[in-house]
Design a protein around this ligand. Structure first.
Ligand code: NDP
Length: 478
């Protein structure tokens, strides 16, 4: 069973990840936070201690690390005996941290697509320029990388998968709608790293339309949506990470991403952009200093983590899915609403960081065993189980996203059973599971005979096809 987590980065999302790992440390083991600035790691640790967030006494340690340095990262993974690395540092670090995981055998999770500092809004499918190239290396090392497991990308990919598997016979379109109806009370700020935030919007907007990539300009297309809780909000067609994986994995002809922006944000953004202050290309000052304008703007804007105490209002993010079920047109909205203030009270962060951090920890947490709610059948029958929201991990450390699978299990009442996971396009995985006598905090669990959820531990897993160490995204196998 994989244990001990190394969190890379000490920004807003890392803050949430660290708190959530602490709340689950009975299962996740030792928690290490490593970033460029040691004081930021220590501040997160102080906040966890202030809130008494640790589930039980355990290791919680800060480390200074330049995660671009693969050897230093490998050393830290080994020294801390970390088997899970949650990379929530800047997206410039992805390929270095992934390389360190491949060399050390640690599982890799992140919440954003890799970025090259010299390029913005890369050619689709963007993942193919970086992470997907490491598929064979992951396979050879038996390392699983779960990419983009935040909210968007992340949960919205899983919503798409869920809709395809459970709600529709055919999906015609998915509109991912990201609304932040909150207010931080500052003149201008971004909700996560300003440099990354602006880079999303300064170049070509890529969307997936009619089974092909379509280019447009930022703020060229707008649409008003009437969303639950947040109400009517204007959004703009935006390029985003998950389009690059969902377009490949879901077989849906139209997938678009819409983000809400206030008029004030658009005005300030437009002025900064037109002045050249959002450029990633270096310029030379009169004193001969070379500076990257975008980095300067980042340096003068509020640290996104500092917005949390004053943030009010809610976010609503979801997938509006349209298609056909049983010959009839159907429309389904799968969404989540999150309250900035409630997040702050729980972990000291705003809702954008919260919704990005929680899924990554859920993914790390779900390794090692599976909870199987029995769905139908009689004693002695073949039983069907539903594990759509659970991650299954091989005892040797490889993971498979169970929500990619159709599952049948041997027989109800068995203390041990073999579960066959039929992956959409990747063959069959067989898992040997054993009924657990206790849940993770030691309480006895209910027996399956009464129809309640039964927790099973993973005893072993074998991949019947040659699909070992695959690179996964929540919407499918890369
Ligand atoms: P922040 O900018 O707040 O934090 C980034 C952290 O990375 C900082 O602590 C920074 O250190 C650290 N870092 C940067 N370079 C290095 C390096 N070379 N070595 C070690 N540490 C380094 O970002 P956020 O917390 O807002 O976002 C984190 C990630 O989550 C990003 O990839 C972002 O795109 C993603 N994200 C994903 C979302 C989703 O829903 N999927 C939503 C929001 C964010 P220092 O403090 O020294 O600068």
């Amino acid at each position: 069973m994989k244990r001990n987590v190394l969190i890379i980065g000490a920004g807003g999302v890392a803050h949430v990840v660290a708190h959530k790992c602490a709340q689950n440390n009975a299962r996740l083991g030792n928690i290490h936070i490593a970033s460029r600035t040691l004081a930021k790691c220590q501040a997160i640790i102080d906040s966890i201690r202030d809130k008494g967030a640790m589930q039980r006494p355990g290791t919680l340690q800060a480390h200074a690390l330049d995660a671009m340095d693969v050897e230093a990262t490998k050393f830290l993974i080994r020294a801390t005996r970390s088997q899970i690395v949650i990379n929530v540092g800047s997206p410039f670090l992805n390929m270095s941290v992934l390389a360190a995981c491949i060399d050390t055998g640690a599982a890799y999770l992140d919440t954003a697509i890799h970025e090259d500092p010299a390029k913005v809004c890369e050619t689709p499918p963007w993942y193919a320029n970086y992470e997907w190239k490491r598929r064979d290396a992951c396979k050879k090392a038996g390392v699983t990388a779960v990419l983009g497991v935040g909210f968007d990308p992340g949960v919205v990919n899983a919503y798409g998968r869920y809709a395809a598997d459970h709600c529709f016979d055919r999906i015609d379109s998915i509109d991912i709608i990201d609304i932040n109806a909150g207010s931080h009370g500052r003149y201008f700020a971004t909700n996560f790293d300003p440099e990354i935030n602006f880079r999303e919007f300064t170049s070509t907007v890529w969307s997936w339309e009619n089974n092909a990539w379509k280019a447009s300009k930022m703020f060229e297309h707008s649409k008003e949506w009437d969303m639950p809780v947040t109400g009517k909000v204007t959004t703009y067609l935006t390029g985003h990470d998950e389009l690059h994986s969902m377009s490949k994995n879901l077989g849906v002809p139209d997938i678009r991403f819409w983000m809400s922006f206030g008029e004030h944000y658009i005005n300030v953004f437009t002025v900064l952009k037109n002045l050249g202050l959002l450029s990633e290309k270096p310029v030379r000052t009169a004193r001969g200093q070379e500076v990257v304008p975008l980095e300067v703007v980042k340096a003068v804007l509020p640290d996104p983590a500092s917005l949390a105490p004053d943030y009010t209002g809610k976010t609503c993010i979801g997938d509006l899915v349209k298609g056909v079920r049983n010959g009839q047109p159907r429309e389904v909205l799968l969404y989540n609403v999150c309250d900035h203030k409630v997040c702050y009270e729980e972990v000291g962060s705003q809702a954008i960081s919260y919704t990005a951090g929680v899924p990554a920890v859920a993914a790390a947490h779900e390794r090692g065993d599976i909870a199987l709610p029995w769905r139908r059948g009689r004693d002695g029958d073949a039983w069907e189980v539903q594990v759509s929201e659970h991650l299954v991990r091989r005892s040797t450390g490889r993971m498979a996203l169970a929500d990619l699978c159709n599952i049948t299990v041997a027989r109800h009442g068995d203390d041990e059973a073999t579960v066959a996971f039929v992956l959409d396009d990747a063959g069959v995985v067989e898992a040997r599971v054993r009924r657990s006598r206790a849940d993770e905090i030691g309480r006895p669990v209910c027996s399956g005979a009464c129809g309640a959820a039964v927790r099973y531990e993973l005893v072993s897993m074998r991949i019947a096809s040659e699909q070992r160490g695959r690179v996964l995204t929540a919407s499918g196998v890369a």
